[in-house]
Every structure is written in C-alpha cells, then in structure tokens.
Design a binder for this molecule. Structure first.
Ligand code: SAH
Ligand code: SF4
Ligand code: F3S
Length: 454
C-alpha cells in the first residue's frame, strides 16, 4: 500500500459529485494521490438519501470496502454526505472501519480531519453540525497537467427551505444558505482563467439565491448578469430552479443573455393540482404552463427537461393522466422519473393512501414510454431546419467508425451529446465548433463539421 492515497465513491446529485471532486482536490493539495480502492489508504463514501434504500446502498459499499481491504484497520474509511448527516455516529458501530462521518456542511473540514485521523489511529471524528452561513472551502491546487475541463460546476448555495412533502433534502442539507456573490465571481474568474468555457451553477433552489440571511443583496438574475459579463465565458447554465421562484427577471435573462443556454431543467413533479398541493410545491398546472409559455416567449427554442414522481400517496389514475397531459403540453425533451418512496422525517411518509408498488411501477413504465416518444420527437426535430449547431467539445468519443477520422464528443447548447468526426492528431477539448446535425440516435446526435477550414 502506497502512503497517502485516497479513493472516493460517490452517490447522488451533481452537488455530491461536485463535493467529491472538491474533496479530491483538497486531498491532492495535502499530498495525497488518487488510487484504486485496493490500494487506497483513505476511502470516503459520499452518500445520497433522496430515494429508497440509501442506507442499504451505503452498507453494501462499506461491505465491499471491507472485503477489498480485508478489514485492514490501517485503511481509514469515512462516510460523507446526506446519509452521514442523517445517521451520524451510528456508522461507528455499524462498521468498525469507519472513523469519520462528515455531513453536508462538515465536509469542508474533512481534509484536515483525515490528516488528524491518520496521525491518531485510535480516534474517530464526526463533523455533523450545520453552519449558519455558507461554509467557504479551501481552494484546490492549480493542476499543472493537461488542459482543464471545459465545463466547470460552481456551487452558489447550500441547503433548501422548501420542505416539499416527499423530500429529505432540507433535513440532510440544512436550511438555505447563499454563498457570497464575491466568492462565486472569484471562483468563476479562476475557472475561466484555467480554460473553462462553460459554467454550470449548482444549488437545490437556485432562483431563491440571495433570499436568506446569508445573502449579500445580489439576486439570482443579477448574479447571472454578472457572471455572463465575465470575459472568456461562452456558456452559462444552472440547476435546479424551482418553478414557484422563477421570477420575471429570471425569465427575461433567457432573452437578454446570449451566454445563457436555451435549456432549462424545470422540475414539474406531477401534473395534477391536487397532488401538487399535497406535495406542497406551491404552483399548479396553470401557473406552470404560464411559466413555460413565458420562457418560450423569451427564448423560442428553449428546451425543457424535468423531474417527475409517480405513485405519490393518494395519486389516482386521473391524477396520473394529468401528469402525462402536462408532459405532452410542455413537450419535455427528457425527464428523470421516480417512484415515490417514503423518506424518514418528510411529511408524506405519514400520509395515508400509499400506492401499491405494482401500480406505481406500471405508471412509471407508461410515463417513460411517453417520454421516449417525446424525446425522440424532440431529437428528430433537430434535423429539420435547425441542423446547424455549435458544440463545445468535451473529449474523444467512443463512437469512431473504422477507417474514419476519430470522433469527438461535445454538447450542443441544449446540453445534448453530439458526436462528430474531427481531424486526427489534435486535442480538440475545449474548442467550439460549428457542425451540421446528420442523424438522431436514441439520446444523442451525430454530426459532421460545417464549413470552416481545419
Ligand atoms: N432541488 C431539486 C432536486 C431535489 S432531489 C428540486 O427541487 O427539484 C431530485 C429529485 O428527486 C426531485 O426533483 C424529485 O423528483 C425526486 N425525489 C425527491 N424525493 C423523492 C422521494 N421521496 N421519492 C421519489 N422521488 C423523490
Ligand atoms: Fe427537495 Fe423541494 Fe427543496 Fe427540491 S425544492 S430540494 S424537492 S424540498
Ligand atoms: Fe441526494 Fe443529498 Fe443530493 S439526498 S440528491 S446527495 S442533496
């Protein structure tokens, strides 16, 4: 086993992925090297508890770690993220290899805690307190090797105050805490300096940015404008907005800021007004449709994707049909869809009229069949009239055909993966290229480069 090596396993949303990447950079700055599980001295499992059986998933990951490391007590195991926040020190008794638990805010202290734990083998540490303000984190090292990722993810807030009836996030991530706009802009400038062309802003309810006691008076729309004005930025995206908080200025930003991509992930959750009310989403189908109309007026080509839950307590077949109707009316290009599951502490866990698993499963299948149709229609639409597109190239694509130029994968402004053959022998990562879309696959597009000499 090499000295000072780490391995991180990540479950959950983009915010968790981003936290894990930060932890990796912070450990690298402290002289650690990333390693396969078999060779790692420090193993961190970054966990998610948003849907069913999260605890079992973590326990099976811990079981795998025990197996691979043969229970070696010198291997330091940490559990971070949302399940760690929920179950806390219970992990110390569940699995003796675990010596660190770090919750959502506590993760910022994990690198220092790991160093201390390596020096004091008898010690166990828990970092479970919520901070009252957004906890700024130490910056990672400037990596010398290779060009930096063309797409950068930047946290703008932590936590959520919405308490949707089904959701555990406000309990695991704590109350909403906005990051200061100065710190956000500074990080944006730093990633642009390192070569990023696209920035994706992250938060559980981004349009409510600034509307909490950590806010510095900057609204979400103002933040978008400030970031869009930074030199070097080609594309700006954000996730996740809440429909009830999408104000006129947020909508207008789609008309005013060319950098803001014509793609929005706008979680609908359900189409029935009764279900939306019981979910405590605080919008109804009419206001959602008005919002979609306003977005399309601001940016006629905007592509919408969504999150949907089936089998929420009390959902009737008619309620479910209302979800399908809304999917058609909004013409979602894609969606993430889930069967409702009880989460401890969330209000809906106490609701009566739970939907039998087979009914929920059947609804999910029907919903996904409709989504496949809508998605295919949307992708096929990309071939008529608007076949020209700009790609931001992210790396080589596995889809190279024999005897052809190597293919590269990029994303178009709608976030769709596009594969395009490009001249060999050049690293195209981070370039913006004009292409003509030639073919729609199931979830991606094929293209050829348009015009310009290479
Ligand atoms: N803040 C975001 C994401 C929340 S979690 C938002 O408000 O949309 C991501 C998705 O998981 C949710 O949009 C919801 O569709 C789904 N989800 C959350 N809790 C769930 C539960 N108890 N059962 C099933 N799906 C759930
Ligand atoms: Fe959960 Fe609702 Fe907050 Fe999203 S807005 S994180 S669904 S409570
Ligand atoms: Fe999961 Fe926590 Fe994200 S519960 S979805 S990792 S906020």
């Amino acid at each position: 086993m090499t000295e000072k090596t780490y391995h991180i396993m990540t479950f959950g949303c983009q915010m968790n992925v981003h936290d894990s990447q930060w932890l990796g950079r912070a450990l690298t700055a402290r002289g650690f090297m990333e390693a396969p599980l078999e060779e790692a001295q420090v193993v961190v499992v970054n966990t998610c508890s948003v849907r069913e059986k999260p605890e079992q998933k973590v326990m099976s990951a811990l079981g795998r770690i025990r197996q691979v490391t043969a229970g070696n007590p010198d291997v330091l195991v940490g559990v971070a993220g949302c399940v760690a926040q929920q179950l806390g020190e219970a992990f110390f008794t569940k699995e003796s290899q675990v010596r660190l638990v770090a919750g959502s805010d506590g993760i910022s202290g994990a690198p220092a805690a790991i160093e201390r734990l390596l020096e004091e083998p008898g010690l166990k540490l828990s970092l479970l307190d919520f901070t009252s303000h957004y906890a700024e984190r130490e910056a990672g090292p400037e990596t010398a090797e290779g060009p930096s990722d063309p797409v950068a993810y930047i946290n703008i807030m932590q936590g959520c105050d919405n308490f949707c009836a089904y959701c555990i996030v406000p309990f695991t991530r704590g109350r909403q805490k906005s990051r200061s706009s100065t710190a956000i802009l500074e990080e944006c400038r730093a990633v642009l300096d390192k070569g990023a062309r696209e920035i994706s802003l992250l938060g559980q309810n981004v349009n409510a940015f600034g509307q909490d006691k950590s806010g510095d008076g900057t609204s979400f729309a103002q933040l978008l404008r400030q970031i869009a004005a930074l030199p070097g930025l080609e594309r700006l995206r954000y996730v996740t907005p809440h429909p009830k908080d999408m104000g006129p200025e947020d909508i207008a930003a789609f008309a005013e800021l060319p950098q803001l991509c014509p793609r929005l992930h706008l979680p609908l959750q359900a189409g029935s007004d009764a279900v939306l009310k019981s979910m405590r989403r605080r919008y109804d189908s009419t206001t959602f449709l008005q919002l979609v109309e306003a977005l399309r007026a601001a940016r006629p080509d905007i592509a919408l994707s969504t999150d949907l839950i089936v089998g929420f307590p009390g959902e009737t077949e008619d309620d479910f049909q209302a979800t399908l109707d809304m999917m058609r009316a909004c013409a979602f290009m894609s969606s993430f869809s889930f069967i409702y599951s009880d989460r401890p502490g969330a209000r809906a866990a106490l609701f009566p009229d739970k939907i039998p698993a087979e009914v929920a499963q059947d609804r999910l299948m029907r919903l996904q069949a409709l989504q496949d149709e809508l998605g295919a229609r949307w992708l096929a639409g990309r071939l008529d009239g608007q076949a020209q597109s700009t790609l931001l190239l992210e790396g080589p694509s596995p889809k190279t055909s024999e005897g052809q130029e190597p293919s590269w994968q990029g994303r178009d402004p709608y976030g769709v993966p596009v594969h395009v053959p490009l001249p060999a022998g050049i690293d195209h990562t981070g370039r913006l290229v004009q292409v003509t879309v030639t073919e729609a696959k199931k979830h991606s597009l094929m293209a050829v480069r348009a015009g310009e000499p290479w």
